[in-house]
Design a protein around this ligand. Structure first.
Ligand code: ZN
Length: 314
């Protein structure tokens, strides 16, 4: 199991233990969860079965707990092994056609008030912050994923319908989280890649332990990055300086060998002698050694003249 899976699983395990106090929030959390996990099965003559599938045991337990509290549906729970080589289990909650199931489908926005299939049915509860938080928690539990804080920052919630994705995006935005949207196979993904936004989301949906862990790792990671950037910049500068000095030494040696050095002005002769004597010094340091001292740009100007002269030797 990779770290990312375990961080995401850790967030879900924490969230699965929370149960909202307000009945409205319990309903909205179940709505978000059912919308994310649910698949409809039309059985003819208006009969609709609903199956909730998840590979997370805590999430399936939470779905059952909320179903018991909020809904009167009869359901069957199955645990299955994924096909082929996959080792993980899938937990299925099967809700056969029944009157109470229609209420649940309506709650989750699969059908509208008239019983017609819909991509999204706005719920009045979602006008409340508490209910939007609960809905987002349900949606994340059902179809969310977050990378571990030591990885590249990434949090996403997937959904199947454009209208549902828009509604989720607006809910996130109401908490100051600007999610971007992307299509992946048959799904639409809402995702955020900024650590601040991920932390804000974890806070809004009540994943406080996960949030602290995220913060902790992020601070250490950013400190390391800052130090690395600084060290890299210093090393790059040093390499540049050493390269330039080596080219200057080489140019001055050529001027000397060609007898051209005796014909240049005394200040240039002085700088050439200083460079040969101090091959590792910076131009600023060479300028300070000149008599009288010259500035870094003064020394650079003289050095450019020497380099141009060496160049002209061919
Ligand atoms: Zn509420």
């Amino acid at each position: 199991m990779s770290d990312e899976v375990s961080f995401s699983a850790m967030v879900k395990a924490e969230l699965a233990l929370l149960t909202p106090e307000l009945p409205c929030c319990q309903r909205m959390e179940l709505a978000g969860l059912v919308r994310a996990l649910g698949r409809l099965e039309l059985q003819g003559r208006g009969r609709v079965a609903l199956t909730l599938s998840t590979d997370s045991a805590p999430v399936s337990r939470k779905a059952i707990r909320l179903l018991k509290r909020v809904s009167a549906v009869e359901y069957k729970v199955m645990v299955m092994r994924r096909r082929k080589l996959r080792k993980n289990l899938v937990y299925r909650i099967h809700i056969p056609p029944q009157p109470a199931a229609m209420e649940l489908l309506q709650l989750a926005g699969f059908i509208d008030a008239a019983g017609q299939p819909t991509e999204w049915a706005e719920r009045p509860e979602l006008a409340h912050d508490h209910c939007r938080r609960a809905y987002l928690r349900g949606a994340f539990l059902g179809s969310g994923w977050v990378a571990g804080p030591e990885k590249q920052h990434h949090l996403e919630i997937s959904t199947s319908a454009t209208e549902a994705a828009d509604a989720l995006g607006q809910m996130l935005f109401s908490f100051g989280i600007s999610a971007r949207m992307a299509a992946r196979r048959e799904s639409l993904i809402l995702y955020v890649k900024e650590a601040d936004q991920i932390i804000r989301f974890l806070g809004q949906i009540g994943a406080h332990h996960a949030l602290l862990r995220y913060e902790e790792v992020r601070v250490v990671k950013e400190m390391k990055n800052r130090v690395n950037r600084q060290v890299n910049a210093e090393v790059a500068n040093m390499v540049k300086q050493v390269d330039a000095a080596a080219r200057q030494v080489e140019a001055i040696e050529r001027l000397k060998a060609a007898g051209a050095l005796e014909r240049v002005s005394p200040p240039l002769q002085e700088l050439a002698a200083l460079r040969l004597a101090h091959p590792h010094a910076s131009l600023k340091e060479l300028g300070e050694l000149c008599r009288p001292p010259v500035s870094k740009s003064g020394a650079a100007h003289r050095m450019r003249q020497l380099m141009a002269l060496a160049e002209s030797l061919g």
